[in-house]
Design a protein around this ligand. Sequence first.
Ligand code: HEC
Length: 153
Amino acid sequence: MNKKCIAIIIILLALVLGGAYKFLIQGSVTDGKDGRTVILLDAGERLYILGEMRALLGHMQELITAISDDDMDTVIKISETLVEDSGGKTPTRIIAKMPIAFKQISINIHSDFKQLLAESTEKRDSKLALKQVSKIMQNCLACHATHSLMPKQ
Ligand code: HEC
């Protein structure tokens, strides 16, 4: 292999690795004035995520109502919806803009939803379900404390 070939391979490799780094780790971000990481999205993408967020808040409220009514059938139904909705429905072009820390918390909350579903189905214990809702909400707090969304100018 001549030197030119090797140089081209190195450049291509660097481009691929750079792309993977941007896609998987860095995302589309800037530093926020309040110390949080600002994720830069298109206006429509930001509205999509905020809509998902409001749905999450609604589901948390429904969970707490069902738990306080000791209605484990409804807890199971809502957890099924949460597992499904958080299981990779977000369009890839938006995921690519999220930094690794955001992706990590998203994976955590998804597995907490799965745990709520599994244990609610198995044990039907509303006190345990309430404890799990509290654990789930620690993900909400962790992500809001460290990330915000802004439309890209
Ligand atoms: C992986 C990150 C992440 C997780 C987990 C997360 N959020 Fe969010 N959420 C955000 C970001 C980022 C914003 C935008 C905040 C900003 O721009 O200041 C937001 C905004 C919101 C909003 C405002 C919506 C609007 O219309 O302005 C609500 C409500 C909300 N989240 C609820 C929740 C609830 C409830 C949970 C947990 C069950 C949750 N979020 C989990 C990242 C997350």
